[in-house]
Each structure stands twice: as C-alpha cells, then as structure tokens.
Design a protein around this ligand. Structure first.
Ligand code: HEM
Length: 409
C-alpha cells in the first residue's frame, strides 16, 4: 500500500510539473562534483542542517542519485533501493531527460542548480572572512598611521583669507554620493553578515526585521547613489584627467616621503586615484546591483567571460577557461559575488578617504563642509590651482567666528 501511494505521488508530481519538452538551460551548469559532502542523510542530519550545524554533511549524491546509475528504471521507481524519487531528481540535476515545467518565466525550468552549492559556500565562507579582514585591516592600518604620523597640519602661517573650493552643487552631489554609499555599505553588510553575527545575539525574529528593512533601504537608496555618481562624474571628470604634475606628485609620495608639498592642480594624483576608483568600481557595483535588482533580466557574465577567455587571461595564471554557458541562476550568483567583492574594495578605499578628509588632514573638512578653504591650505596642497585663483582675485577675508572658513558677508 505504501509503495503504491509513493508511486502515485511520484507520478502525480511528474504529471503536474513536467512535460516532455526540451530544457536546454538545465544543461549549462556543470555539477560541482563536490565529494567532500559525504555522510548519511538522516532526519537528524536534516534537523542539524536547519539549525545551521554540520552544513557540509550533506551527501547530494545519496539524496538525488549519482550520474552513473540507471535512469527511470521501473525497479528502482518501485522502491527497490528504498529511494523511489532518486532518478527523477537526478534527471533534474544533471539534465538527463527532457524536462520542462508548466511555469513560464526566466529560469523556471531549472529546479536543481548543482553549482549553487559552490556559490553558497563561497558567500558564507571566504567572502565574509576576507571582506571582513580587508575592512578591519584598513581601519587598523589607518589607526597605526595616525599614531605614527599624526594629523597632517598646515605648515605655514594661516592668512585669514579663504578661497571657494567647491560650489553648493558640487557639495550636494558629494554628500548625496557619500550619504547613499554609507547607507548602502551598512545595509549591505547587514544583509551579508547578519545571519552569522546578529542571529546568535539578537535571535531570528529581530534579525528578520533588520534583514527586511536593510533590503528595502538598500534597493531604494541605490538609485540615489547611481544619480550622484553621474553628477560627480560630469562635474569633476575634466579636473581628474591625468597629466604630468601627477607623475611628480607620485614620485614624491604626495609629500609624505619627502619634505614639502609637490605642486598640484584642483585634484592631486591621490585624489584622482580616489575619483577613478569611485567611478569605475561605483559603475561596476551599479551594473551588478541592477542585475540583482531585476532578477534574470541582465546576463553580463557569460559574454564577459567569453571576452576574457578570447584574450587568454585564465591561461596566463594556469587556470581553465572561465565557464561561458551559464544558467540564469549562475549569472545571478556571479553578480552577487562580484557586487560584494567590488563593494568591499570600494568600502576600504572610502574608509581611507574619509580618514584623510576628516581627522587625517587639517583644513580638508572645510572644503566639503563649508565649500571654502584657508588660502594657506590651498597654497600647500593645491598650489597650481591656488595660484590661478589668486591671479583672478578669487579670495576673500575669512568670517570671524570659531574656526569658520566661510568668507565675510
Ligand atoms: C563622511 C564621509 C566623507 C567625508 C568626510 C568626505 C570628505 C571629503 C573631502 C573633504 C573632500 C575634498 C578634498 C579636497 O578638498 O581636496 C572629498 C572629495 C571627494 N569625495 Fe569624499 N568624503 C566622504 C565620503 C565620500 C564617499 C562615500 C565617496 C564616494 C563613494 C566620496 C567621494 C569623493 C570623491 C570622488 C572626491 C574627490 C576626490 C578627492 O578629493 O579625493 N566621499 N571628500
């Protein structure tokens, strides 16, 4: 009776969800073949997995059969090996039958994407670990730098006059970019790391609220970041084109390695590096973010991998060519990993930028806070730009009052 019911259930499941049509996409992800996932699959294993324990102890081969076993053998379907559904699920997994679902939409004909396990393990393990190390390492390095070198002071005597460094539109664009990036960074980290670090302390219910809120904020604030990125690019790109003053600035280590300040225009070589990092990494984060925001709509990795393979890049490092036949799910997984990796790199760069724009350098904050900078600061850090302004008479007496760089009315 039990055997008959089981068979009936399998047939109903098959009839309801499958039709004998082609499912080309099913074939595209090669199985990871991760033999490390080996143990008995018992009720205890499932319970332990739900509790987040022993996640590696799952034997996929046992769960859904191995590739070499005979397919749709009625003996096996009859329950001879005690696992009547194994062949069906193996066919899902390895695309070894003509499978299609009645559900229409992108990626709906892939019920098991074997390589998803690889992505999940990278996301939960090395991504969180090395991303965390990068951020904490950057903070530690800056703290050490501050302890050794202290604050970069204005060397000469302050003049009491100020120069307009950034207009209100420039400052608005900068703070829109900065504000949105900081919110995106915090909500992104909560989404990635919350399961590991918040659930043990605050519990599942509290984290569910945080996770839902983070996702909503992250998805919506991303538009402000993308708009600000365009605004910043349009306004500052001309002042950030590389020129020969940058070579000298770099050779002198921006004044850190030698005495005195190397000449610089509106932006020095260090700032240009920050600008282009923000533009290139910001655009890349935006592209992968859009791929995540509109699931399965943008397929960017397969064509990119094709181009990289054509150049032969993987071979230079002794690697196999990158996979070019990617399922829609794999595209999403690569988007997620890329989004997070580039996000971590940009966060580390921005932490250093925030340091130098605030406590790291006397007089820098005024540039973005008020728009006006002390003439002496400008002469030291952006001498070519300051000279030009002085020639035009673009300088005003500083308004009296506690440390304000704003000019008198
Ligand atoms: C609290 C956070 C931040 C502070 C205190 C800050 C401060 C500053 C200051 C003072 C400047 C002008 C430097 C000068 O006059 O030469 C500046 C420029 C700039 N900021 Fe920020 N910033 C912050 C966050 C951000 C973020 C999150 C981004 C991008 C995601 C960003 C991107 C830029 C860029 C591209 C420039 C021009 C290049 C440069 O000066 O390095 N900033 N920032």
């Amino acid at each position: 009776m039990l055997r008959a019911l089981t068979l009936y259930f399998c047939l109903m499941l098959g009839a309801a969800t499958l039709s004998p049509m082609s499912a080309a996409a099913q074939a595209v992800d090669p199985p990871s073949g991760d033999e490390s996932l080996a143990s008995e699959q018992t009720v205890e294993d499932i319970m332990r997995r739900q509790q987040g324990l022993a996640e590696g102890d799952i034997n996929q081969e046992q769960l859904i059969g191995d590739r070499a076993a005979p397919q749709y053998d009625t003996e096996i379907l009859d329950g001879v090996n005690g696992d009547p559904g194994a062949n069906l699920w193996r066919a899902f997994r390895f695309d070894e039958d003509q499978i299609s679902t009645q559900v229409r939409g992108p990626a709906t004909d892939i019920l098991i994407q074997d390589r998803g396990m690889w992505w999940w393990q990278v996301r939960e393990g090395p991504l969180i670990f090395w991303g965390g190390i990068l951020l904490l390492g950057t903070i530690a390095a800056l703290a050490l730098f501050y302890l050794i070198k202290g604050r970069v002071r204005i060397d000469g005597t302050k003049t009491g006059r100020v120069m307009l460094r950034f207009t209100s539109i420039e400052r608005f664009s900068h703070w829109l970019l900065a504000g949105s990036f900081i919110v995106l960074a915090i909500t992104g980290l909560l989404t990635l790391m919350g399961r590991k670090f918040l659930i043990p302390t605050f519990g599942h219910e509290a984290f569910a609220l945080v996770a839902t809120g983070s996702k909503w904020i992250h998805n919506n604030i991303s538009w402000a970041f993308m708009i600000a990125l365009v605004l910043i690019f349009v306004q500052w790109v001309w002042s950030n084109l590389p020129d020969k003053t940058d070579v000298n600035w770099i050779l002198k280590g921006g004044g850190l390695l030698t005495k005195g300040h190397p000449p610089a225009k509106k932006f020095n070589a260090g700032q240009k590096l920050i600008f282009w990092s923000v533009i290139v990494f910001g655009a890349s984060i935006s592209a992968s973010g859009l791929a995540l925001l509109f699931p399965f709509e943008l397929q960017m990795f397969a064509p990119t991998f094709e181009k990289i393979n054509a150049v032969g890049v993987p071979g230079w490092f002794g690697f196999d060519p990158l996979p070019t036949a990617l399922s829609p799910q794999a595209e999403m997984q690569y988007s997620q990993l890329w989004h997070a990796i580039v996000g971590f790199i940009l966060m580390a760069i921005i932490i250093a930028h925030i340091y130098i724009g605030s406590i790291g350098m006397e007089g820098a904050w005024d540039a973005m806070g008020k728009g006006w900078v002390e003439e002496q600061w400008a002469r030291e850090h952006h001498s070519i730009w300051a000279e030009k302004k002085l020639k035009k008479g673009d300088v005003a007496p500083k308004k009296s009052g506690a440390g304000s760089a704003t000019p008198a009315e």
